[in-house]
Design a protein around this ligand. Sequence first.
Ligand SMILES: Cc1cc2nc3c(=O)[nH]c(=O)nc-3n(C[C@H](O)[C@H](O)[C@H](O)COP(=O)(O)O)c2cc1C
Length: 433
Amino acid sequence: MKGAREARGEIRVTGVPGLPEIEPGADLGRLICEAAPWLRDGDIVVVTSKIISKAEGRVIRSDRESAIDAEAVRVVARRGQTRIVETRHGLVLAAAGVDSSNTAPGTVVLLPEDPDGSARRLRKALGERLGISLGVVVTDTLGRPWRVGQTDAAIGAAGLAPVRDHRGKPDTFGNMLEVTISAVADEIAAAADLVKGKTTQVPVAIVRGLAELVTGSDGPGAAALVRPAADDMFRLGAADVLGARRTVREFTAEPVDSGAVRRAIAAALTAPAPHHSEPWRFAVLETPRARTALLDDMLAAWTADLRGDGFTEEQIARRVRRGEPLRRAPLIIVPCLVAEAAHHYPDRRRSDAERSMFLVAIGAAVQNLLVALAVEGLGSCWVSSTLFCQQVAARSLGLPPGWEPMGAVGVGQAAAPPSPRPPRDPDRFLMTM
Ligand SMILES: Cc1cc2nc3c(=O)[nH]c(=O)nc-3n(C[C@H](O)[C@H](O)[C@H](O)COP(=O)(O)O)c2cc1C
C-alpha cells in the first residue's frame, strides 16, 4: 500500500482486516492505527457504526421491539412486524437501526448516541496518533423506499464535506444545474460497503483518492444530510398520515394556496357515498369580504337564537365574544350536502335511515378533505356554525338550490404546532364477536 500512487481520477477502497471483536471502552483510534499503519494524509476512514456502538457501550440487554420503541420518535410506516421509524438523530430507517445480529443473545446494539460526535472523536484520535489530516465517515445500512435492497449511508462524518453542491454550475452543454447536490458522504459509505461486506468481519475501510473532500475542520457532519422537515415531500408515512390531522383554531395570516385546496377537494371526492351518488359540494370563500359577510350573518342568527332562549344582552355579548376560529382563518370552505339522489320512502324509519346515509357520506368526504389539507401542510378546523343556521348561511353564500351547508372548515397555516394526540386504546371502542 505504502507509496502507492493513484492515477488521476482513481479512487481506491481498501478493507482493514484484523480488528479484534470490539468491547465496551475499546480505543478504536489505536486499533485502527495498528491495523492500518499505512494511513496517510487525505484518506477517508469509513467505520461501520456497529463497532462504534460496541466501543461506546451502546449494547443493551433488551428485546428488540422495546429497544425500537425507546429509540423511535416517530413511526413513519409499518407493515406486519416491520417498522420504519425516525430516530432522534432525524434518520428514517427500519427498526430505528436496532440490531440483534452479531451480538450476544438477549442483547441488541443501538446506533451511537451522536454519530457525528463519534466521527469527530475518532478523527481527533487518529489525527493525533498519526499527525495527519483525515476524514471519518460512520455508516449504517439503510433501505431505500423506491429501490430494492439496502446500501450503506453516512450517519456520522467529520473532516469531510458531506455534500458537493453543483447548483449554479453549468453542465457540459452549458445548462445550469439547478438541483444537483451530490451526497458524497453517502456515496463514500456505499463504496466502502463493497469491501467491508456484512459477514467478512471487516468493519473499517479506507477510501483514498478523495483528498479534495477532506477538510481542515470537522465540518457540519452527516447531520447536514438529514432533509429538513419543511423540504420533505414525503414527510408523512402511511402510519401517521391520519394522525397528522388535528383541529387547528389559531392560524397565521399566510394566504392559502388555491392549488392545495383543489387537491384536497379532489381527495374529498373519493369518499364513499350511497347509491353511487355524488352528494358533496364545496363553497370556497377566498375573499375576506365573502368570509366576513357569512360570519356576520351567522352571528346575527346566533344572537337571535340566544335572545329567543331568554339570555340577557350582556350574557349574549359575552357568549359571542368567545374566540371564533373561523374569524381568524385565511380561508373558509363550507362543505355542502346535495341529497337529491336519496330514495323516497313512505315511512319515517326508512326516510330517516336514508337521510343518515347521506349525512355520514358527507362526514367521510370532509374527513378526507381535512386529512388531505394536513398532508399539504395546512391546518383546519371543522366547526358546526352553518349547521345551526343552514338557511341563513345558504342565503348569505348564494348557494344553488339543494345545497345544504354542513358546518364550515377554517383553513390556514397553524399558528403553532398542535399538541400531540393522546393515544386511544382501540379495546375501549370495539366489541369482538
Ligand atoms: C361536526 C363537527 C362539528 C364541530 N364543531 C366545532 C365547533 O363548533 N367548534 C370547535 O372549536 N370545534 C368543533 N369541532 C371540532 C372538535 O371539537 C374536534 O374534532 C375535537 O376537539 C377533537 O380534536 P381533533 O379534531 O384535533 O382530533 C367539530 C367537529 C365536528 C366533527
